[in-house]
Design a protein around this ligand. Structure first.
Ligand code: NAD
Ligand code: TYD
Length: 345
């Protein structure tokens, strides 16, 4: 990374979640001098234990607050000081199954929260705002084809619909106000610190305990899996070199049906396939996602460095070598860590 192009302060929203915490770790590693203000509401998906190694670092400031509340966003912006500021917006409700149970929290955080953040950042003035979105806004593919940045948005779940709405609000801020935002749309991520309600960490955790592995429907739904570090490096590239107003697709060229992934995990763990249980399908389950990330490669020189052959074993090893992290998330004890620092919720 070029030291001269990185600003002294970054506001990261949702930096206690899966991808956000990986991004903050990457910054600490590659830009130890960068000041990071991390605004996170610590919902069930936010886990301060993801950031334990950064505790005590003067240039990592954690602000406990909700992007839906202007006063909380103002507090975070005040903590950023008056100098040049760049923003990476991860905070969101992110789990499709939860959105099927209840869509409202998704509209509140993903739509209302994004608008509150946009308004505050526009009033304050920022150098660059990266809105971290998802390939799910494009809807579902058949057996061929890929999503490009020009694919029309056709979201199918309350989660993806709320993310698409937030993408449109960012687009409107760019178009109407000249706000310097980029939108990234990434495929499914996997890696350290992922909450074990998502496919890969859930399967690793269940297999480790010899519990059943629930596979939805026929297990032939396809996702394009990207190692989280690749995603974080792609976001850095967009932050530094992305053109304002542009959308960038980010993907792994790593398409797998769910069943194959579950079998791979069992094989790597030395567990029997008899643990697999086919269960009732997710309503409205998107069949296939695939990303054409050639714009990232062409314009920003980014391409994924990992695939399943290299990064699935790495991921499994991470969960195996962090049994306490996994156990505390599975039991809910990670919430006590929060309470010890911030008092009752
Ligand atoms: P996550 O659910 O692990 O983390 C979300 C974080 O946002 C948590 O720390 C949570 O406490 C925080 N948060 C939620 N509501 C908030 C609010 N109102 N105010 C402040 N903070 C709040 O999510 P993730 O998987 O890390 O995803 C991060 C972003 O990347 C999301 O915007 C998601 O749509 C996008 N994305 C995720 C994937 C994926 O595979 N996980 C793929 C593409 C894009
Ligand atoms: P998930 O990790 O929830 O990500 P997304 O829905 O955003 O793609 O699910 C990935 C795929 O795995 C998706 O096709 C649904 C499937 N799945 C299962 O088969 N079983 C499970 O227990 C979960 C959580 C997901």
């Amino acid at each position: 990374m070029n030291a001269t192009t990185v600003p002294p302060t970054l506001l990261v929203t949702g930096g206690a979640g899966f991808i956000g915490s990986n991004f903050v770790h990457l910054l600490a590693e590659q830009r130890p001098d960068a000041r990071v203000v991390n605004l996170d509401a610590l919902t069930y998906a936010g886990n301060l234990e993801n950031l334990r190694e950064l505790e005590g670092r003067a240039n990592h400031v954690f602000v406990h607050g909700d992007i839906c509340k202007s006063a909380d966003v103002a507090r975070a912006l005040a903590a950023c000081g008056k100098g040049p500021l760049q923003v990476v917006h991860f905070a969101a409700e992110s789990h499709v199954d939860r959105s099927i149970q209840s869509g409202l929290p998704f509209v509140e955080t993903n739509v209302v929260g994004t608008q509150v953040l946009l308004d505050a950042c526009r009033a304050r003035g920022v150098e660059r705002f990266v809105h971290v979105s998802t390939d799910e806004v494009y809807g579902s593919l058949g057996t061929s084809g890929m999503f490009t940045e020009d694919t029309p948005l056709a979201p199918n779940s309350p989660y993806s619909a709320s993310k698409a709405a937030s993408d449109f609000l960012v687009r409107a801020a760019v178009h109407t106000h000249g706000f310097p935002a980029c939108i990234t749309r990434c495929s499914n991520n996997y890696g350290p610190y992922q909450f074990p309600e998502k496919l890969i960490p859930l399967m690793i955790a269940n297999a480790g305990e010899n519990k059943e592995l629930p596979v939805y429907g026929d297990g032939m739904n396809v996702r394009d899996w990207l190692y989280v570090r690749d995603h974080c490096e792609a976001i850095q590239a967009v932050l530094e070199r992305g053109r304002p107003g542009e959308v960038y697709n980010i993907g792994g060229h790593n398409e797998y049906p769910n069943l194959e992934i579950v079998r791979l995990i069992l094989k790597l763990l030395g567990k029997p396939e008899s643990l697999i249980r086919f269960v009732k399908d997710r309503p409205g389950h998107d069949r296939r996602y695939a990303i054409d990330a050639s714009k990232m490669e062409r314009e920003l020189g980014w391409r994924p460095r990992y695939d399943f052959v290299t990064a699935l074993p790495l991921t499994i090893r991470w969960y195996q070598s962090h049994p306490e992290w996994l156990q505390r998330v599975r039991s809910g004890a990670y919430r006590d860590y929060y309470a010890a620092q911030y008092g009752a919720r």
